[in-house]
Design a protein around this ligand. Structure first.
Ligand SMILES: O=c1ccn([C@@H]2O[C@H](COP(=O)(O)OP(=O)(O)O[C@H]3O[C@H](CO)[C@H](O)[C@H](O)[C@H]3O)[C@@H](O)[C@H]2O)c(=O)[nH]1
Length: 345
């Protein structure tokens, strides 16, 4: 990625979020010409502006729901990382149309504007919840992927649009690890929905690496999936309790709206046509055209479908492995340093 973004102009939608801030720093380190941050919240932009203090970053207030916002923000841009989304599962359950507006229509706006503005590559951030979705967040992210793939099938006029699918990004805003840490810090019992529930775990650095991989290798309509490891939520909370040296106890509160027991990063149908990159899968778009006979009466011989790739059958992290992983996270290291400086040495 290094040689190609140097001196270039990059737009990050949802740029003040965890991903956006990390990606911006990375791009600045690599000599990017300009990073445009597009987001709705001026306070977060101001905070980011003061934290970075770099004139190569410009801040644009706007909303991907509004075509004019993304049209203006993507003008003259070489590459786009599309991270703007409604991504909290419970809130999307209550406001599904809001999720449609941001995740589906907003993404369609962005792809259209980027194509018209001659952007070379757009990487769209998706989630494991988009596979065999059961909640509004996952359903809208699945449709977002479909919009990206339909764009690829139409012939993209030089703009390569690809998707990456993450699992849970550890310590991202509003996610469970910061909540558990806060509960442990305040002496409250961690609240566990279901200890046997499993999730793929990724660090922010892993997620940025996946986007960079997509950026470097994408063909139109590709979906990139990292072969992430998973953990049981009960093990995650036990690992945190060990790390902070408190008794491993928690309250079981029951599953929230729209939650799955296990997540799926790639379906067996996708895996049957996926290309194995070692740490990643590349799932190419099904590029057959609308010649119905080809797949209604004639069909295509495909490979034998593999199993789905799920957080239940992925490599399961043990408690000591989760402890080791948590220790690598800057947020956890900072928290440990406050409590017991010796632990971080
Ligand atoms: O008080 C709580 C809250 C959550 N959980 C559990 O912890 C796990 C992780 O919950 P998060 O809220 O951190 O994450 P979700 O899996 O619900 O969804 C998250 O991961 C997604 C990717 O799969 C998206 O990134 C999404 O934006 C983000 O909220 C889940 O099994 C959940 O049931 C608890 O045990 N106790």
């Amino acid at each position: 990625m290094n040689p190609t973004t140097a001196g270039r102009r990059v737009l990050i939608t949802g740029g003040t979020g965890s991903f956006g801030r990390t990606m911006t720093r990375r791009l600045l380190d690599r000599g990017v010409g300009e990073v445009r941050v597009l987001s709705r919240d001026e306070a977060k932009q101001d905070e980011m502006r003061r934290a970075l203090g770099d004139a190569r970053v410009s801040y644009h207030i706007g909303d991907v729901r509004d075509y004019d916002s993304v049209q203006r923000a993507s003008r003259g841009v070489d590459f786009v990382f599309h991270a703007a989304a409604l991504k909290q599962v419970p809130s999307c359950e209550f406001f599904p149309l809001e999720a449609v507006r941001t995740n589906v229509l907003g993404s369609a706006n962005l792809i259209e504007a980027a194509t018209r503005n001659g952007v070379r590559s757009v990487v769209v951030l998706s989630t494991d919840k988009a596979v065999q979705p059961i909640n509004a967040m996952g359903l809208t992210k699945a449709l977002m992927e479909k919009v990206a793939q339909a764009h690829a099938r139409r012939g993209s006029g030089g703009t390569v649009v690809s998707c990456v699918r993450y699992g849970n990004v550890m310590c991202s805003r509003g996610s469970v690890i910061p909540l558990f840490v806060e509960q442990i810090r305040s002496g409250a019992m961690p609240t566990v929905t279901n200890p046997a529930m499993t999730r793929f775990l990724m660090s922010l650095a892993d997620s940025v690496e996946l986007v960079e991989h997509a950026f470097a290798h994408a063909r139109p309509g590709d979906v990139f999936v990292r072969k992430a490891a998973a953990c049981a939520i009960g093990d995650l909370v036990v690992a945190l309790c060990q790390l902070f040296d408190v008794p491993a106890k928690y309250d079981v509160i029951g599953v929230r709206h729209g939650e799955k027991q296990h997540e799926t990063l790639a379906s067996r149908e996708e895996l049957a046509r996926a290309e194995d990159f070692g740490d990643f899968y590349r799932v190419p778009v099904d590029a057959r055209d609308l010649n119905y006979a080809a797949y209604v009466t004639e069909g295509t011989l495909g490979g034998r479908p593999a199993e789905d790739f799920t957080s239940a059958n992925a490599r399961r992290l043990t408690v000591p492995e989760i402890v080791a992983l948590l220790r690598t996270l800057p947020e956890i290291r900072a928290e440990l340093a406050l409590r017991e400086p010796v632990l971080t040495q």
